[in-house]
Design a binder for this molecule. Structure first.
Ligand SMILES: NC(=O)c1ccc[n+]([C@@H]2O[C@H](COP(=O)([O-])OP(=O)(O)OC[C@H]3O[C@@H](n4cnc5c(N)ncnc54)[C@H](O)[C@@H]3O)[C@@H](O)[C@H]2O)c1
Length: 258
């Protein structure tokens, strides 16, 4: 018999783990959850960046913060990071699998190691982090996971084949896990951003060119991290308590990534 929890969600003082929190969307998500009064566990491979995010989260009103150097594609590191969170705060309510990497190589330019690394960080990372907190969330009978996919999961693009493949994997992982863990009161949803103003797209262009893509987006601008963070906050909150296995496009109305 499925466990029915009416309108449960992340409450003030409860914990959420955010991967890839040193910059970009991860930092924006951490700040938003901190403003909402959550405890934030910030994971990344960049030490200075996560510590800076932690300081900003404390200023923003976080109930507490902790940082951990975790490569989400490394099972040992993920297990150690999860143990640190569980020991310090008990079971977190939220997990945001945001960490991700991009490759602009064509298929013929992509060697096996690069392909493998893309899958390991973007897809296996979601699997390892979800699995690390799964038993505790199942025991608690509540929790919410948000996975970062991309518009590229739906619209193919040259020089984004390995990336799009991983983000398609994130969608399938999200939908399957949502079905497996729904009976335990755990919701699993995905976000598909379009273009956001972060280091990821800026690695291949400059800020003026990136912002100019906004003219090809129905809402007339590329995303700022807080736009995505607001949707993460919603997907962790009691307002989305009847949603699981969904993939939300947060893209200013762009049906293909400009
Ligand atoms: N920015 C966009 O336009 C855009 C569009 C669609 C999807 N996304 C997705 O949103 C998520 C966040 O992207 P972003 O734009 O903030 O990127 P970003 O490159 O600015 O930040 C990614 C963060 O993840 C961290 N990271 C990378 N590999 C890691 C690993 N193995 N373990 C732990 N942390 C790791 C990086 O250190 C960095 O702090 C990603 O999953 C990305 O694919 C972004």
């Amino acid at each position: 018999m499925p466990q029915i929890i009416e309108r449960d969600g992340l409450k003030k003082g409860e914990a959420a783990v955010i991967t890839g929190a040193a910059q970009g969307l991860g930092r924006g998500i951490a700040l938003r959850l901190a403003e909402d009064g959550a405890k934030v566990a910030l994971w990344d491979v960049q030490k200075d960046g996560v510590e800076e995010t932690a300081a900003l989260c404390r200023e923003a009103g976080a109930a507490d913060s902790m940082t951990c150097l975790v490569d989400v594609g490394d099972e040992t590191a993920v297990k150690a990071g999860a143990e640190a969170v569980l020991e310090a705060w008990g079971t977190p309510y939220g997990l945001v699998n945001n960490a991700g990497i991009f490759s602009r190589l064509t298929v013929l330019e992509t060697d096996f190691e690069t392909w493998d690394r893309m899958l390991r960080v973007n897809v296996t990372g979601c699997f390892l982090c979800s699995k690390a907190f799964g038993p505790a969330m199942i025991e608690a009978g509540r929790g919410a996971i948000v996975n970062f996919s991309s518009g590229r999961a739906l619209s193919g693009a040259a020089r984004a084949v390995s990336y799009g493949t991983t983000k398609g994997g994130v969608l399938a992982f999200t939908k399957g896990l949502a079905m497996e863990w729904a009976p335990y009161g755990i919701r699993v949803n995905a976000i598909m951003p379009g273009v956001a103003e972060t280091a990821m797209p800026l690695a291949a262009t400059n800020i003026e060119e990136l912002r100019s893509r906004g003219s090809r987006i129905p809402l007339g601008r590329i995303a700022q991290p807080e736009y995505l963070a607001a949707v993460v906050a919603f997907l962790l909150s009691r307002d989305s308590a009847y949603m699981t296995g969904q993939a939300l496009g947060v893209n200013g109305g762009a049906l293909t990534v400009p």
